[in-house]
Every structure is written in structure tokens, then in C-alpha cells.
Write a protein that binds this ligand. Structure first.
Ligand SMILES: [Zn+2]
Length: 281
């Protein structure tokens, strides 16, 4: 039975977030993973009007490449099209326009990058300005207008809010020093660790390195090779280490807040449906 849920950030940089969640069942951990993977709305280009395309790529390929550009997202300012007053026809509350008009006046081919797109909202722009879109030859042009809307990865992967997310159990490895003292092998077992998570003092007594849990994948190599059975390898119940890799479309705090908002909505919806359910006995 889950009583208190606890979240602790373990590591964070611009692209990756590792956090520990304690006090939830594995089903809940998986629900969090699935919500983050497929239900967080983010911006992506969904419609492209190509007025001129002299590049060697077909219009469809250019449109496909534009669709996959990660765009910075502002969830406060935009509505999902089907929830918007315009009922999805497209208006400034649910749509952003990104245009590109480029003629190659140089004497050599030129690459059009994501930075060449002009957005009508400075908050909705390509995350990375250096993504190549298409190459055009001298004297050639490309002119298009693209429309970005909010969507979720349930409909198309271009709206996926993260590049990757996974969770694993929190490893708990212990070494019984008394049993170790009797051992004649000078801890061959610790040396068997494929992740090199053991260090040894001058008498060859084993010790786990700091933050060994980051790399330990519970392979049991140390435990299985310990003749004195001094090593135990286990995982902490109801504790999971989540790792998220982001392409930068949403800040991590917004992402997690939205995840639990959706989680609560789902539980509320389930409860409402359950209350109205008629079961014949
Ligand atoms: Zn609208």
C-alpha cells in the first residue's frame, strides 16, 4: 500500500534529468513513464504550404523534415486545437506560423538551417538553430510557410515531449565485513563487476564506490562469485530511478508538473466513470 510519495532530483543538466521516486507501485511508475512519453502536449509543425521549392528534395520530404524539428513550447499561451475556441480551424491561440523565404545569391550551394525560419512568436522557435533542413543550389529559392500546433505523441511521434525516458530499480548492495575478513581470494568477486563499482584498500578489502547505484544494473556478478556469501544484491522496494533525456522542447519542471496534472485528471476520470458504472448482480 502506497502511503507517501517522495521525489528527489539526483542529477540534472540541460538535456538529462535523473530523479528518484519513492513510495509508489511499479504500475504507477509505468503510468508516469507512459504519460511523459505520449501525453504531454508540445509544439510541432503540422501543416506546410510550399510556394517554391527548387531544392532536390520533394515537397513532402521538406515538410516531413520540418515536422520533426523540436520547437520550444509555451503551454500557458497556447491551446490544443480541439480545445480552442476556433474548434481547430487555426487562430493565434492555437497556432504559430514559421516562414522561410530564401534565395541563394552566392556562387555555391547553401544549406537552409532551422535558424532561417522566422516565427511570429519569439517563444516558439526551433530548440537548436543549427539543424539542416535542405540544401539549395546557386540562384535557387525556397519559400514556404509552416504552421505549428500543440499535439501529443499519441497522435504522432513528432509531438513527443522527451527523446527518451526509462526507469529502473534502486540497487542496494551490501558487503558483510566479517565474512569478508575470512575470505582468502582477496575479493575476486568485487573485481568481477563489469561496471567496476568496487574499490579496494591496501589490504584488498572491497568497498563500493560513491554513487555506485548510478551504474549498477543488478547483474549479480559480484554476489554470484563471492565464496563467503558476503555480498548481497537487492533493490529497494517501491523505489525507482527515472532518467529522462530531453530535446529541450519543455523545461523539466514544466514537464513534471504537467505529468502529475494529467495523472490526477486520469484518476478523477476513472473515479467518475466507476461511480456511474451499473453492474448487474
Ligand atoms: Zn484556435
Amino acid at each position: 500500500m502506497v502511503k507517501n510519495m517522495n521525489i528527489k532530483v539526483l542529477e540534472k543538466d540541460q538535456q538529462t534529468l535523473t530523479f528518484l521516486v519513492e513510495g509508489i507501485s511499479i504500475e504507477m511508475a509505468n503510468a508516469i513513464r507512459r504519460i511523459i512519453l505520449s501525453e504531454i502536449p508540445v509544439m510541432a509543425i503540422d501543416e506546410v504550404i510550399i510556394l517554391r521549392n527548387d531544392s532536390p528534395l520533394y515537397d513532402e520530404i521538406v515538410a516531413h523534415r520540418l515536422g520533426l524539428l523540436p520547437l520550444t513550447t509555451d503551454l500557458e499561451a497556447y491551446n490544443l486545437p480541439h480545445e480552442c475556441e476556433c474548434e481547430g480551424y487555426g487562430c493565434p491561440l492555437c497556432q504559430v506560423s514559421l516562414t522561410c523565404e530564401f534565395t541563394n545569391t552566392t556562387n555555391s550551394p547553401v544549406v537552409i538551417y532551422s535558424r532561417d525560419l522566422k516565427s511570429n512568436d519569439e517563444k516558439i522557435v526551433p530548440v537548436n538553430p543549427n539543424i539542416p533542413i535542405v540544401k539549395i543550389d546557386k540562384n535557387d529559392s525556397i519559400i514556404f510557410e509552416a504552421y505549428a500546433i500543440l499535439g501529443t505523441a499519441k497522435d504522432h511521434v513528432k509531438w513527443q515531449a522527451v527523446s527518451n525516458i526509462f526507469y529502473r530499480f534502486l540497487p542496494e548492495v551490501t558487503i558483510d565485513d566479517k565474512k569478508c575478513a575470512k575470505c582468502q581470494t582477496k575479493c575476486e568477486a568485487g573485481k568481477m563487476c563489469p561496471q567496476k563499482l568496487y574499490e579496494f584498500d591496501e589490504k584488498n578489502n572491497p568497498k563500493l564506490i560513491k554513487d555506485y547505484w548510478k551504474a549498477c544494473n543488478l547483474c549479480n556478478a559480484c554476489k554470484d562469485n563471492c565464496p563467503e556469501e558476503a555480498i548481497t544484491v537487492n533493490w529497494k522496494e517501491n523505489s525507482y530511478i527515472f532518467s529522462i533525456e530531453s530535446d529541450g522542447v519543455l523545461p523539466f519542471d514544466v514537464l513534471l508538473k504537467k505529468t502529475f496534472e494529467i495523472f490526477n485528471e486520469k484518476i478523477a476520470e476513472f473515479e467518475t466513470k466507476l461511480m456511474t458504472l451499473q453492474i448487474e448482480t
